[in-house]
Design a protein around this ligand. Structure first.
Ligand SMILES: Nc1ncnc2c1ncn2[C@@H]1O[C@H](COP(=O)(O)OP(=O)(O)OP(=O)(O)O)[C@@H](O)[C@H]1O
Ligand SMILES: [Mg+2]
Length: 514
């Protein structure tokens, strides 16, 4: 059965439906990505659960989204219900042990788990534009906005910072437009309004600090098990674009932060994307290309990405082609699109002479799947009709009380629970505006004094030294310098990570052609 080099998935069946052999996923190929598909109620979530259990037991941290709340039971010990025990016997899982797993609950809204946040600059212009559903021209303005923030040392942490920056850009539209083109007051105004909508949809919670530290989703326990990060995604699903953008951001963060590892004997982290179709639904081609690229490149960082979705057609072909480990649950084949899905799913497997894939896919029972994993040399195994093993943890959701207790006891307890609002673009621009006003008042005062004490050679009628352009009042230019210096100091104190984030613009940096 499964040893420490593989995860036990279940038992394949012979054509006469008798036991054939154990089907395993080799940890060595765990970073070659995977796919779990099937119609509703066919066993996808349970398959995800047993895979997550297997990775955790092998010391591999897991990150997964919990769409319906029914994956949360993975944090609790399972109970020997009859149908589970029977399934264990069918697949020759002996002993069938029950186990609770080290789970960290996360929630973008901070309700069902530790708040999970990212800064605006980490998110970068490409993903933000996608999140706000901006047009190409508007995305261009976002790029410029980020560039200006970068040049002027403005920290973009939360949405208020972005809002302040955009207001500033609208104000300076003419000057900025002359430098970069295509920036007008109305076009910036349109982005500002979209940003308001985003705020109203609750995205405000997500942007800010403390931002998620990747190390916190890559934890292992003292007894060597990988932590399972479970993202509460039920509410998040109401805003599919935020969900998709968040997961893409996380993936690109992993990509940026993790070192190359070549071919590890097991993955460094495994990532399950439930409802993966949301990633690709009306995504522009450029974004699909980026996802394809990130998925391809992240493998060498030891990260395995597993897409979970009802229909294999939901995943673009270029991405599908990279998913080596496959668990295909039953599909229906009534409509032409469903029939096409069945054909596509069937054709992607290495055929088994014992049965016709397309036929079997429509006949699979609950918790039964066509399984093919990568075996020696990374070649896909011949597809097998497989009964999936029962989970060791609880099947179904945990109670709110259990969840609360686990959140309190989690290793990151207290680290993310309070928002920090330190000085960033919003505050700096406010300060700058105040300084400008002060300087103006100062100048007015000086002007008035000139008016009242004329004839000292520097009144309004006196010739200006620099071609008619008035030299700035020394006092205000001085202040400016102080303000700039303060900004630079803040930028420095932030440490290199945010600075780097501004410059690289995450997925955006890939977009610029790596
Ligand atoms: N491997 C398994 N062992 C035992 N029971 C299983 C297994 N897989 C699925 N089941 C049973 O089938 C039920 C439905 O499975 P599951 O929730 O995984 O379906 P799903 O494909 O995720 O459905 P949905 O699309 O609605 O989310 C489970 O609650 C469980 O009772
Ligand atoms: Mg499910």
């Amino acid at each position: 059965m499964a040893d420490d080099t593989s995860i036990f998935i279940g038992a394949s069946r012979k054509p006469d439906d008798s036991y054939q052999r154990a089907e395993n996923l080799l940890l060595q190929y765990g970073n070659r990505h995977g796919l779990v598909t099937g119609a509703t109620g066919t066993g996808k979530t349970v398959s995800l659960q047993i895979l997550a259990e297997g990775f955790s037991n092998a010391g591999v941290p897991v990150f997964c989204a919990d769409i319906k709340g029914d994956l949360s039971g993975i944090a609790m010990m399972g109970t020997p219900q009859d149908f589970l025990v029977k399934r264990a016997e069918q697949v020759k899982l002996d002993p069938y042990d029950f186990q609770e797993f080290p789970v960290i609950f996360w929630d973008l809204f901070g309700e069902q788990g530790h708040p999970i946040r990212a800064t605006v600059s980490e998110m970068g212009p490409l993903l933000l534009s996608r999140l706000m559903n901006l047009s190409e021209a508007q995305e261009g303005i976002m790029n410029i906005a980020f560039r200006i923030a970068d040049e002027e040392g403005l920290l973009l942490l939360d949405l208020k910072d972005l809002q302040a920056l955009l207001a500033k850009i609208a104000e300076r539209a003419e000057e900025i437009g002359a430098r970069y083109g295509n920036v007008t007051k109305p076009s910036v105004g349109a982005i500002q309004r979209t940003l308001l909508v985003l705020e109203q949809q609750g995205a405000t919670n997500f942007f800010g600090e403390p931002a998620l530290r990747i190390a916190d989703i890559m934890r292992t326990t003292r007894d060597g098990r990988g932590a399972i990060s479970v993202l509460a995604a039920d509410k998040l699903m109401m805003n599919p674009r935020l969900y998709a953008t968040f997961l893409l951001w996380l993936m690109s963060e992993l990509f940026e932060e993790l070192p190359e590892v070549g071919d590890p004997d097991k993955p460094k982290l495994v990532f399950f994307f439930d409802e993966a179709h949301l990633l690709f639904d009306d995504a522009p081609k450029v974004l699909i290309d980026r996802v394809e690229q990130v998925v391809r490149l992240i493998r060498s960082k030891g990260v395995g990405v597993y897409f979970v979705t009802q229909n294999p057609l939901d995943i673009p072909e270029t991405v599908l082609a990279q998913l080596g480990n496959r668990v295909q649950h039953a599909l229906r084949a009534y409509t032409p699109r469903e029939q096409k899905a069945v054909r596509t799913a069937a054709e992607t497997f290495r055929p088994n002479p014992d049965f016709d894939c397309a036929t079997v896919i429509t006949q699979l029972g609950t918790g039964e799947a066509l399984v093919s994993t990568l075996e020696a040399k990374g070649v896909p195994s011949m597809v097998q009709r497989t009964l999936v093993r029962p989970p060791s943890s609880r099947l179904g959701p945990i109670t709110p009380d259990e969840r609360r207790k686990l959140i309190t006891e989690s290793p990151v307890s207290g680290q993310y629970d309070q928002t920090i609002d330190r000085e960033s673009a919003f505050e700096m621009l406010q300060k700058k505006a105040k300084d400008a006003l002060d300087a103006e008042a100062q100048q007015q005062e000086t002007g008035r004094s000139r008016w009242t004490i004329p004839g000292f050679g520097n009144d309004d009628s006196a010739p200006q030294p620099t071609g008619g352009r008035r030299a700035p009042a020394p006092r205000s230019s001085n202040r400016q310098t102080v303000a700039e210096a303060a900004i630079k100091a803040v930028v420095r104190s932030v440490g290199s990570s945010v600075g780097r984030a501004i410059v690289r613009g995450i997925l955006g940096s890939l977009a610029r052609g790596r």
